[in-house]
Write a protein that binds this ligand. Structure first.
Ligand SMILES: [Ca+2]
Length: 179
């Protein structure tokens, strides 16, 4: 059985011969296949790509891990009174992709600041946006706290290492969205 070195030498000689021949074989003139771009971080990839498992890949379409981490509510609602008559609110968060429900956190009872840690998989295309609705569960009757829609360009920035955060008069919401 020929050694690997011997085999490679023969192959190289054959390729050299093919390259010098009057009529090169089709195999000798075909371009090499593209090699996956190796990357260390998102900045090494194009603006519409993320670096995952050391390779640059288009952001969309893609399935990502979304974790709503923390909702910090103002003590008062839009009427200037506490969210609940009996104490702090009972926050939870619903996330929609476009108009389709995608994820929902558990209700945290009687807290101004609620935290969660369960990830939820979201399948996104370039046409999608994410809407976060923060709500107060008043014994089954739902009071809206606030909501925000993030367009796909914001999601790209977050997937490339940007901070998952939005804030208004009523709530500060923190989340992670990762490849
Ligand atoms: Ca309430």
């Amino acid at each position: 059985m020929p050694s690997r070195h011997f085999t490679l030498s023969v192959l190289a000689a054959a390729l050299t011969w093919a390259g010098c021949a009057a009529e090169p074989s089709p195999a000798a003139v075909q371009p090499l296949p593209d090699v996956a771009t190796s990357c260390a971080d998102h900045a090494a990839c194009a603006a519409n790509q993320v670096c995952t498992q050391k390779a640059c890949k288009p952001v969309f379409p893609g399935t990502y891990q979304l974790t709503v981490v923390k909702a910090s509510l103002n003590s008062f609602d839009e009427t200037g009174t506490p969210w609940d008559v009996d104490g702090p609110p009972d926050p939870f968060v619903v996330v929609r992709i476009g108009d389709k429900p995608a994820c929902q956190t558990a209700v945290r009872a009687n807290v101004d600041v609620a935290t969660w840690d369960k990830p939820c998989a979201v399948a996104l295309t370039a046409a999608d946006n994410l809407t976060f609705e923060v709500r107060d569960d008043d014994a089954g009757k739902i009071q809206a706290v606030s909501q925000k829609t993030l367009p796909s360009e914001d999601l790209v920035a977050i997937l490339r290492g940007g901070e998952g955060l939005w804030q208004d008069t009523f709530v500060k919401l923190e989340f992670t969205l990762t490849p």
